[in-house]
Design a binder for this molecule. Structure first.
Ligand code: SF4
Length: 373
C-alpha cells in the first residue's frame, strides 16, 4: 500500500519559485528557509523536493476545505460577515508545538499527522465556493506560502469569478514569493508568534524574515491583519508584547492587531489557558504602542468591547461582534464612520450583505473532492 509520502510525491508538478545555484542545486524561495536542494533532496517543509533537477511542488489536492466566517481567519476589516471558503494542502515550514492544524501541517514530519489528500481542480474549488455563497477564497490550515503555485492557480480562477482571495500565513516569506502572489492575493493575515528570535528558533524559524515580510506586505498594498496567540510564559511578557506592537505600529498604526487566547493543543499542553485579563492587559499595551485597531479574540463576551470596531477618530462603535457573529454594522458605503465621516482602513463592501454563518461548517457531499490514492 502506498505511503502518504508516496502519494504526496505523485501529487506534484514542476514548481516556479526557485533559482538554479552555480553548483547546480535548486534553491527554493517559496519561504524564508530558502532551502538549497541537491538532486534527491527534500525541503524543510517536506513537500517540495528536487527530482532529477526539477523542483517538484504540491499540486492538485487539498488536505481539507471548510466554510468559515471571515472573522475566524481573522479578518475584521475586510467584508465583515462574508463567507470565506477555506482550503489547505499538507505540510509546513515550521513545527509549532501548539499548532491547532497539526494533522495537516505536520504531515510527513510527525507520523501521527495523517490526513488523506483529496484530489480536486482549481475550477472545482471555485465552483464549490460560489455554490455556497462565499465571497472570499482563502488558503489556510497549512502554510500557504509553501504551496503558492497551487494557490495562485486557484486564485486566478477565483478572481475571474469575482471572488476576493486571502492567505492565512506564518509570514515566513521572501521578496520573490510576495512578488509572485501579489497579483492574485488581496488579504494577508500574518501570525506574528513572538518578538524573540529564540522563540522562533524553537518553532523552526527565524524572526527577521517574518518582520521583513510584514513590512513588504504593507508596502506592496496587501490588506494586512496581524494575530498574536498569547501563550502564558512563552510570549506574554509585557516587554515582548510592547516591542512586538511597537514594531507593528511602526509599519502602520492602521494594521489591525488581534491578540487571541491560547488553549493547550498538540505538544504544548503545559501552559495554562490565556485568561480574559491577560488579553486585556496585552491589548492595553498594543494601544499604548499606538495601534488604532486592537482586538481580543477566542473568548466571546469576556473581553469588553475589544471584539468591536470603533472609529479611531471619534470612538463611535462601527461594527459590533460577538465571537464571529456580526451584531451591528454601521460603516457608510464608502467605508467611513457615519458620525465623523473619517475613512476607516480596510476592504469594505458598499453595504453589509448579511452573514451566511457565524459558525464554521463543512461544504458537504456535493463538493467534487475524492481521496488521492
Ligand atoms: S517552501 Fe521553504 S521549506 Fe519548503 S523547500 Fe521551499 S524554502 Fe524549503
Amino acid at each position: 500500500m502506498a505511503t502518504l509520502a508516496d502519494v504526496l510525491a505523485r501529487a506534484t508538478r514542476e514548481g516556479e519559485l526557485f533559482r538554479v545555484l552555480d553548483d547546480g542545486r535548486l534553491q527554493c524561495y517559496a519561504c524564508g528557509h530558502c532551502c538549497p536542494l541537491p538532486e534527491g533532496a527534500i525541503g524543510v517543509c517536506k513537500v517540495r523536493f528536487n527530482e532529477g533537477g526539477t523542483l517538484r511542488v504540491p499540486w492538485g489536492y487539498v488536505g481539507g476545505v471548510q466554510c468559515d466566517p471571515i472573522e475566524k481567519k481573522p479578518f475584521f476589516h475586510a467584508h465583515p460577515g462574508a463567507l470565506a471558503y477555506s482550503f489547505g494542502m499538507l505540510g509546513c515550514d515550521l513545527h509549532c508545538g501548539y499548532c491547532q492544524n497539526w494533522v495537516t501541517s505536520q504531515a510527513l514530519r510527525d507520523p501521527a499527522a495523517v490526513a488523506p489528500p483529496l484530489a480536486t481542480r482549481p475550477e472545482d474549488l471555485v465552483h464549490d465556493a460560489l455554490r455556497l455563497g462565499a465571497r472570499v477564497l482563502v488558503s489556510t490550515y497549512n502554510e500557504p506560502l509553501i504551496t503558492s503555485e497551487w494557490a495562485v492557480a486557484v486564485f486566478k480562477e477565483a478572481k475571474a469569478a469575482g471572488l476576493l482571495t486571502g492567505y492565512v500565513s506564518n509570514g515566513n516569506g521572501t521578496p520573490e514569493v510576495l512578488e509572485y502572489i501579489r497579483p492574485w492575493v488581496d488579504l494577508y493575515k500574518v501570525d506574528l508568534k513572538s518578538f524573540d528570535d529564540r522563540h522562533y528558533r524553537q518553532l523552526g524559524g527565524r524572526l527577521q524574515p517574518i518582520l521583513d515580510t510584514i513590512r513588504r506586505l504593507h508596502a506592496m498594498g496587501f490588506w494586512v491583519e496581524i494575530v498574536t496567540l498569547l501563550i502564558p510564559a512563552f510570549n506574554d511578557s509585557p516587554d515582548e508584547i510592547a516591542r512586538l506592537t511597537e514594531f507593528v505600529a511602526g509599519v502602520s498604526p492602521d494594521i489591525p492587531w488581534h491578540v487571541t487566547a491560547f488553549h493547550g493543543d498538540y505538544k504544548m499542553t503545559d501552559p495554562g489557558n490565556t485568561t480574559a485579563d491577560m488579553l486585556l492587559g496585552a491589548a492595553a499595551i498594543g494601544r499604548n504602542a499606538g495601534l488604532r485597531y486592537v482586538y481580543a479574540g477566542n473568548l466571546p463576551g469576556a473581553v469588553g468591547d475589544l471584539e468591536n470596531t470603533h472609529c479611531a477618530s471619534c470612538g463611535e462603535t462601527l461594527i459590533a461582534r460577538y465571537g464571529y457573529f456580526i451584531r451591528n454594522y454601521r460603516l457608510t458605503a464608502d467605508g467611513c464612520c457615519p458620525s465623523c465621516t473619517k475613512p476607516v482602513p480596510g476592504r469594505w463592501g458598499e453595504r453589509f450583505d448579511g452573514q451566511i454563518t457565524s459558525r464554521p461548517f463543512l461544504p458537504g457531499s456535493r463538493s467534487r473532492l475524492s481521496v488521492v490514492s
